[in-house]
Design a protein around this ligand. Structure first.
Ligand SMILES: Cc1cc2nc3c(=O)[nH]c(=O)nc-3n(C[C@H](O)[C@H](O)[C@H](O)COP(=O)(O)OP(=O)(O)OC[C@H]3O[C@@H](n4cnc5c(N)ncnc54)[C@H](O)[C@@H]3O)c2cc1C
Length: 812
């Protein structure tokens, strides 16, 4: 029940003039963040809520807590929530209504069964209980369920639910006990910044000076962030659950029943049923329509919209036929363009931290997410890698309301979709086009969206592919594209890579401080480097071209641009003479790679390309166009990454095509980089990893001090607990996709795959895997658990293809 008559607020005349941290918003995210700030020792943290605590979305949440998420760290956040929710009553005396009855996920088609079996395997890896049960056992756990079409189920005993208002009450009690203060009926009306730094907040009751703000304003976060000059891609959808009056056959609390094929979750509620849904296409709602006084309110029932879900529910629970409906609850909840929340410091404004866009898991994640946000504010980084939630992951094109509001209904629907490999978004496509977009359309490219860009995944696409967990529809096309590289010459579009120019008298000094590799190399050098944090863990990997004594061009990952720019800018010292410019859109980059590279250069009249040594670059002309070519390879073949003015790229490509180059998409590139044990940020690399673990110490060679050096030195001589290795599968008919547990032959989990593909040149499925170091021996056997099936593989410390790199380094 909502706490409408709140006794949480301080005396409103005592609003302080200064606070170490101001938390804006008193939903579960704000309450949890405040509690954890206080626990971290921030004595004078203040929470400002313009209405009453929990009055936004939190009060009407179904408040289910499912432990398993798609990654280890997102799961860890919920595991943390569960232990917190179990402990809060003892600490604060406030019961939080934690009910641990588990959850049951049923499958009614073979792909869903594979999906839930993959989840079961992941649960084992992430330390969450989950076990396959027969249809009969599932029926025993949920006797009211119609089970004729159920072909399997997974039982997860750790899951539960909580009372969201009581949870917030307990968090507030705990925070207050430690010195934090709470002001209800106190709206933030302005945010004061100076030089892109937070200075304070203006409220309906006066100004509070502060250097740190935690923005926990739920579905209002986009508007609230604009007060600080920050773009936050959060937009609400209407979100429904049906409540019935008591029903015969419901005794006490029951597990949550998930029928994701029918978009439903079902549980008991006060002797009746609560039937919630994630329908395939949600209903967006403009937050301005709700207004700032939308407190403890709901949206109108919409039976037309809910009707298909009701039909599904009647199928699964025939008992509903005679049930008396209490209400169709419709409440707004916020969503982001990729379905993951926002946690961390904004790129635009220093000291402005986001904890919002919870995508319908705010109560489950809230305990852990509040802890991580408070940790981030106090210690400068979250307690673990949370790149999936990094607010800097979104392209600015998401500030377009039309794109955002068109995407979020699909995000809501995807919540329960089968996570097929290669699935793409249907809405808000075409936000950004590569300079060669039209050419790729002519080549029948099948596009995927990355950081707003439409990137060709593969070519010669006959129709929209049918998604599957087995051999993908695009298997043959990708094979042909790999062949272009191994037998001829292929071109990959790398134009979406972020490009950052660093210039000035102190550019070298700055980069030597920020980068782990030695940057002071001759003009013409190409340098692969890492950026490390103070813990010596990897923030980013990138390639640097030294164009001149005082001019460096950094090529960073497509989705890393905003994050890396913000990091680099924040490391600058006041007395340095350095300019930093994002030049991404000015230039196109084409990867021209293949065994026939040398002849191809000659046929283009660009013999100078063949003179460039490995990891060097040079300027020259191709067909009259000025280009810069770097000799390096992400696919293990000889060739160059060629950068030209974006405006020249179409003519240049057309010229290359007349000479016989063939387009190669991102899937083929990925297959080849995995064979070469080349890593990809977000898959094989994140901030939990060290260079030692990933075999990247060759890029930690700076002779001058750099960020992270002390931590690296402190680890010297110690064997890392985990190390990256290649797995070469014994049989071709397994399709690993990454994120699968790896077991030794005795059945012990020794790690997980981080990315995987069929290796066309190696002739077998290949995975990269982070394994316990002691388990890694050349050619040792292991098993990969793919949806419950054990695939045998061989462990290799070296790449599966051309392990010495002779091909890509070969003299041209
Ligand atoms: C029908 C439904 C079912 C759900 N079921 C589940 C579930 O089973 N499990 C789960 O984990 N999650 C569930 N959720 C989602 C979950 O409830 C939300 O993710 C969560 O409550 C969001 O909390 P929040 O703190 O981010 O936002 P809110 O609770 O909305 O809090 C934001 C607060 O910020 C305040 N605010 C806004 N602007 C200002 C300002 N300028 N100044 C001061 N204050 C301001 C607002 O008044 C509001 O109180 C469900 C949601 C809905 C709608």
């Amino acid at each position: 029940m909502p706490h409408t008559d709140s006794n949480f607020s301080e005396d409103l005349t005592t609003l302080p003039s200064q606070a170490d941290v101001v938390v804006i918003g008193g939903g579960v995210m704000g309450c949890s963040t405040l509690y954890h700030l206080a626990k971290e020792g921030v004595g004078n943290a203040v929470l400002l809520e313009r209405n009453k605590l929990t009055s936004g979305t939190t009060w009407h949440s179904a408040a289910q807590v499912r432990a398993l998420r798609s990654t280890q760290n997102l799961t860890n956040l919920i595991k943390y929530s569960i232990s917190l929710y179990q402990a809060l009553e003892e600490e604060t005396g406030q019961n939080v209504g934690w009910i641990n009855k588990g959850s049951l996920s049923i499958a009614t088609n073979p792909d869903r069964l594979t999906h839930i079996r993959r989840q079961e395997a992941l649960a084992g890896l992430y330390g969450v209980e989950a076990v396959s049960v027969s249809t009969e056992e599932a029926k025993d756990r949920w006797p009211l369920m119609h089970s004729d079409d159920v072909i399997g189920a997974v039982w997860s005993p750790d899951d539960g639910r909580v009372s969201p208002s009581d949870l917030c009450a307990a968090l507030i009690k705990g925070a207050r006990k430690r010195g934090a203060s709470i002001f209800e009926d106190t709206g933030v009306t302005g945010i004061i910044t100076e030089g892109n730094k937070i200075k304070g907040v203006e409220t309906s009751r006066g100004v509070i000076a502060t250097k740190h703000i935690a923005l926990c304003t739920g579905l209002w976060s986009r508007q609230a962030a604009q007060m600080a000059g920050v773009e936050v891609p959060v937009w609400p959808c209407e979100h429904f659950y049906l409540l019935t009056r008591p029903i015969d056959g419901i005794f006490g609390n029951m597990p949550t029943l998930s029928d994701h094929d029918r978009h439903l979750y079902i549980r008991d509620d006060s002797g009746g049923l609560l039937v919630g849904c994630f329908e395939p296409m949600g209903k967006p709602i403009d937050p301005d329509r709700l207004g700032s006084d939308f407190a403890f309110q709901l949206l109108p029932e919409d039976w037309d919209h809910f009707e298909p879900m009701l039909k599904h529910a009647l199928h699964r629970l025939p008992v509903l036929q005679d049930a008396e409906v209490k209400m169709l609850l419709n409440g707004p909840e916020s969503f982001t363009p990729d379905g993951s929340f926002l946690l961390g410091e904004s790129a635009e404004t220093q000291g402005f931290y986001l904890g919002c866009g919870m995508n319908s898991v705010g109560v489950a994640t809230g305990g852990g997410a509040g802890w991580a946000l408070a940790h981030n504010i106090v210690h400068g980084a979250p307690p673990m890698d949370l790149h999936e939630a990094d607010p800097k992951r979104f392209d600015p094109s998401w500030s377009d309301v039309a794109a955002l509001s068109a995407r979020v209904p699909e995000v809501l629907g995807k919540h329960y979709e089968i996570t097929y490999p290669g699935r793409q978004w249907a809405t808000s496509r075409g936000l950004r086009h590569l300079p060669l977009h039209q050419a790729w359309q002519t080549e029948n490219a099948y596009f995927g969206q990355a950081y707003g860009y439409e990137r060709p995944l593969y070519f010669d696409a006959k129709q929209t592919p049918t998604l599957t967990f087995d051999q993908p529809d695009w298997f043959d096309q990708v094979g042909r594209e790999v062949n272009h590289v191994s037998k001829g010459i292929g071109v990959t579009d790398l134009s979406s890579f972020g490009k950052i120019d660093v210039t000035g008298k102190d550019a070298l000094t700055a980069l030597e401080w920020i980068m782990s590799n030695r940057i002071d190399r001759p003009v013409g050098s190409v340098i692969y480097s890492l950026m490390l944090n103070e813990k010596g863990c990897i923030l980013s990997d990138l390639t640097i071209f030294r164009l001149d004594d005082q001019h460096f061009r950094l090529y960073v990952g497509t989705a890393a641009l905003k994050r890396d720019l913000a990091w680099i800018k924040r490391q600058m010292k006041e007395d340095w003479d350095v300019s930093i410019h994002d030049v991404t859109l000015s230039y196109a980059t084409l990867g021209l790679m293949g065994s026939d590279a040398a002849n191809f250069a000659v046929s283009m009249g660009a013999n100078w390309l063949n003179e460039i040594a490995y990891f060097r670059h040079a300027k020259g002309e191709i067909a009259g166009f000025e280009v810069m070519a770097g000799r390096l390879s992400y696919v293990g073949a000889p060739g160059w990454e060629i950068t030209c003015a974006s405006s020249d790229s179409m003519a240049l490509y057309k010229f290359m095509k007349t000479k016989g180059v063939k387009p190669v998409g991102a899937f083929a590139q990925s297959a080849m980089r995995i064979e070469k044990q080349f890593l990809s940020y977000g898959h094989d690399i994140d901030t939990d990893n060290t260079p030692e673990q990933l075999g990247l110490m060759f890029a930690v060679k700076s002779k001058t001090p750099f960020i992270g050096l002390e931590a690296v030195k402190a680890r010297a001589g110690k064997t890392p607990e985990k190390t990256l290795a290649t797995l070469i599968f014994d049989q071709k008919d397994f399709t690993p996709i990454g994120n699968e547990p790896v077991l030794d032959i005795s059945g012990q989990i020794i790690g997980k795959t981080t990315s995987a593909s069929f290796g066309y040149r190696a002739g077998a499925p290949i995975a990269l895997a982070l394994l316990k170091t002691h388990a890694i021996h050349q050619d040792a056997k292991c098993h990969v658990n793919i949806a419950g099936n054990l695939a045998s593989a061989r462990i290799s410390q070296r790449p599966a293809f051309d392990p010495d790199g002779n091909l890509m380094r070969s003299k041209l």
